[in-house]
Structures are given as structure tokens and as C-alpha cells.
Ligand binder design. Structure first.
Ligand code: AQP
Length: 344
């Protein structure tokens, strides 16, 4: 079984897809497709680690798929599918539940943040989420994973799981004909000026789907008026923008807005500061509104159009799942052989 470079990443269909999801993940998915074989997954099994209304979940699955396509991912060239259609994700996750150690999962900061004070009430799935994420990636023996900064720790865990699997089963892996271990150690691709987009209301908090304040995030379904209102009201400080990156230190809100501008315009932060250094937010914010509307409005209208054609989205997801299974099934068969399971 030859090993090749392959990109895998996923987005949860939990509603309120926002600028952080777009700049930290989806926009980068689009760029990667130029030179890689990519699988982009709507990770619905992850979504249900927190209860989802079934009707809303189905809508949100289609909406993430629509966002992928509207942003420029070509479903004919790349594979777009929803996770629950490929049973290998859950099967491999179970095997990884038996490879990963409790101590490793206990260190995951996202579980601590999401479970908060009510750890005893959190689902077992929320705790084991990183094992499923490792399975998502390794089921395809993917080598590169574009994600936002918040997923770095989970990616490190996926590498640890791959490494431990390779060690635990070294003998049977060799017997099955693999010289360099069975799973690759997947590399996180976390790069660019917007790997961690912050809340528009609080520069110390990540922009997030579940923030109770709608003013904290720009969503991919916001109208131009809503985008303008949110940017206008975004929290800032009273100083003008600096001309050098160093001048953004200790100014999280300013840094966030400049990072968003840079990522939306495919420039680096220094380049944006060279243009806006010395400008007040009263000048910078309208420029950011114009740019955000210019980039997001076409995605928004394409998403709307696609959402009116649910049957077509479903067909794309079904076809994508079929193609994903064609890659996953032989790998899963080998995993079972390596573990010692029998059967055809
Ligand atoms: N604020 C962000 N900045 C940059 N990247 C981000 N991502 C999420 N938030 C930001 C990246 O988007 C991809 C998909 O994320 P997800 O669907 O798995 O959801 P999440 O990380 O749980 O998103 P939220 O908004 O933070 O949801 P809640 O509020 O439920 O916790 C990932 O690559 C992620 O890194």
C-alpha cells in the first residue's frame, strides 16, 4: 500500500459558521486543493458530542457542505462528504480508544473548556473526541491537516496515537509488509495571519460558534449590513494603528482586526500596517467592512443558492462518501489484520 501526501480536515455542523472557521480552515482548504488530494469532511459525529436537534443538524450538515463549495472547493476534484456515511471513522475511533491513554485525554484543554464546571455531565463522546479526530485523519493515512491554532493539541495527540499504534503492533505491521510503520505522523498546517481569529467583543477570547453574543462573530450567512454593523461595533482601543508589527503587542483587538484584514486580502500583517500605519479605526474599520463584504458576499449568495438545492448537496455528499470509502475500506481491512481480527 503506497503512502502519498494527502490532506484531510473537517468542520463541525454546529451552526453559526464564522469568519474564524473560514480564515483558519475553509479558505486554506481551497488553496491546498491546487496541489494536493484532499478530503474535506463535515464531521457530524463530532457535532453530536453535544446534543443537536436532528432537524437542525441535517440543515447544518448541508450548510457546511454549501460553505465548502461556495468558498471554492471543487467537489469533482476533491472529496466532500459527511463523516457518519463512512463507518470506518467510528470503527477506527474505537480501536484508538483502546490505544490512547486516559492521562493523554485528561490533558486536553478543549475538553476542560467545553465541559467547564459540569465535567460529570459531559458526554463520554466529548471526552473521547480527540480519538475520533485521530481516526478521521488516519483512516485515510492523511499526512497534512490544515486547522486553526485551537486544534494544535488534538493534532499532537493524533501523532501520539499513530506512534503508539505503530509501536504496539510493530511486529504484525512488519508482517503485513509495512516497513516504516503503518500510520504516518500527520502534520498540522497552521499558518498565516488568522490562525486564531478572536471575538469582536473581547480580544482575549476565540471567535466561536457558541458565544452567546452574535456581535462577537461575523458568520458566513451575515448580510452586508450585519457585517458592517459588527465591524463598526467591534471593540478597539483609542490609539492609531502602528506601522510595525511590534506596535500591535499588547493590543489584542487591533491585532485581531489587522490579522483579519491581512487574511482576507491574502497579504501579510506587515504589508497591511505599511498601508494603514498611523490611521485611526474610523478610517480602518470602513476599509475592513468593504473588504469583508467584497470577499464574503459572493460566498453568502452562493451558499443561499446551494441551500435551495438540498438534493444536489446530498448527491455531492453521497458521492463523496462513496469515494472516501474506496480509500478507507482497504486501510481499515489492513488495520483489522494488524490488530489480529479475523474475517473477510
Ligand atoms: N476563531 C478561530 N480562528 C481560527 N480558526 C478557527 N477554527 C475554529 N475557530 C477558529 C477552526 O475552524 C475549523 C473548524 O472548527 P470546528 O467546526 O471543529 O469547530 P470549533 O473549533 O469547535 O469551532 P468553535 O467556533 O470554537 O465552536 P464552539 O463554539 O462550539 O467551540 C477548525 O480547523 C478550527 O481550528
Amino acid at each position: 500500500m503506497e503512502r502519498k501526501e494527502r490532506v484531510f480536515s473537517g468542520v463541525q455542523p454546529t451552526g453559526n459558521l464564522h469568519l474564524g472557521n473560514y480564515l483558519g480552515a475553509i479558505k486554506r482548504f481551497v488553496n491546498l486543493q491546487k496541489e494536493h488530494d484532499c478530503l474535506y469532511c463535515v464531521v457530524d459525529l463530532h457535532a453530536i458530542t453535544v446534543w443537536q436537534d436532528p432537524d437542525v443538524l441535517a440543515h447544518n450538515i448541508r450548510e457546511v457542505a454549501a460553505a465548502f463549495i461556495a468558498s471554492g472547493i471543487d467537489p469533482k476534484k476533491q472529496i466532500i462528504f459527511n463523516q457518519s456515511q463512512v463507518s470506518g471513522h467510528a470503527e477506527l475511533a474505537w480501536i484508538f480508544n483502546c490505544v490512547a491513554r486516559m492521562g493523554w485525554l485528561n490533558r486536553m484543554t478543549q475538553f476542560k473548556e467545553k465541559a467547564g464546571k459540569h465535567k460529570e455531565n459531559a458526554s463520554v463522546g466529548l471526552f473521547a473526541y480527540p480519538n475520533l479526530m485521530a481516526a478521521d485523519i488516519l483512516l485515510y493515512r492523511a499526512t497534512h491537516v490544515p486547522v486553526g491554532e485551537d486544534q494544535k493539541q488534538h493534532l499532537e495527540l493524533a501523532r501520539d496515537i499513530a506512534q503508539k499504534f505503530n509501536n504496539d503492533f510493530a511486529k504484525s505491521i512488519e508482517k503485513a509488509g509495512f516497513e516504516e510503520g503503518f500510520f504516518p505522523l500527520p502534520e498540522p498546517l497552521i499558518a498565516g495571519p488568522a490562525t486564531r481569529v478572536m471575538s469582536l467583543r473581547d480580544g482575549s477570547k476565540k471567535m466561536s460558534k457558541s458565544d452567546p453574543s452574535v456581535m462577537s462573530r461575523i458568520t458566513l450567512t451575515d448580510s452586508p449590513d450585519e457585517i458592517a454593523k459588527k465591524v463598526r461595533k467591534a471593540r478597539t482601543d483609542p490609539d492609531a494603528l502602528p506601522s510595525e508589527k511590534k506596535g500591535l503587542e499588547g493590543r489584542p483587538e487591533a491585532s485581531n482586526l489587522v490579522g483579519i484584514y491581512a487574511a482576507l486580502s491574502d497579504r501579510d500583517t506587515q504589508d497591511v500596517l505599511a498601508e494603514f500605519g498611523g490611521a485611526q479605526f474610523s478610517t480602518f474599520k470602513p476599509a475592513l467592512v468593504d473588504l469583508a463584504v467584497e470577499k464574503l458576499a459572493p460566498i453568502n449568495s452562493e451558499m443561499k443558492k446551494l441551500m435551495g438545492e438540498a438534493g444536489e448537496i446530498d448527491a455531492i455528499l453521497n458521492e463523496g462518501a462513496q469515494r472516501a470509502r474506496e480509500i478507507a475500506d482497504p486501510i481499515m481491512r489492513k488495520v483489522k489484520e494488524v490488530v489480529g481480527f479475523i474475517g473477510a
